[in-house]
Write a protein that binds this ligand. Structure first.
Ligand code: NI
Length: 144
């Protein structure tokens, strides 16, 4: 069994602000990330899949198919967009990298069988590099 990881990048802006918290609590919790004008990140997304090496192709995943799916569902809709204002999922959900990981996972899982109808490969995990110091990882099986 192999694990294959592909890396993608997009730039997007966001503001960390929870409607469930007061203005003061938001400022204290999120600090400058709560700035009403928002700020941007160059997000680095790693998508990991697992599967056996196919006998005919010698590959565990057709990376062109994976690239097509990730670009269509994640990179194109998010790149140079404001996550809070332009991505419906963040209308009432804080645009943290945790929630971004959930949204990316859902988008890929929703369309997975259309691109990979066979038993393999399976989506294994998503890793999000928000800054050089902040890395978020979530297993696909951990997301509904
Ligand atoms: Ni931020």
């Amino acid at each position: 069994m192999f694990r294959v990881t592909r890396r993608y990048e997009f730039a997007a802006s966001h503001r960390l602000h929870s409607e469930q918290l007061s203005e003061d609590e938001n400022r204290r919790l999120y600090g400058k990330c709560n700035n009403p004008y928002g700020h941007g990140h160059n997000y680095v997304i790693e998508v990991s899949v697992r599967g056996p090496s196919d006998e005919a192709t010698g590959r565990a995943v057709d990376t062109a198919l994976l690239d097509g799916l990730v670009k269509r569902e994640v990179v194109q809709p998010f790149d140079h967009h404001n996550l809070n204002k332009e991505i419906a999922a963040f209308g009432d959900v804080v645009a943290t990298s945790e929630n971004l990981g959930i949204e990316i996972c859902r988008r890929l899982k929703r369309n997975w069988k259309e691109v990979f109808p066979g038993e393999w490969p399976k989506l294994e995990k998503i890793r999000i590099g928000e800054t050089a110091r902040n890395i978020f990882e979530v297993g696909a099986d951990e997301i509904e």
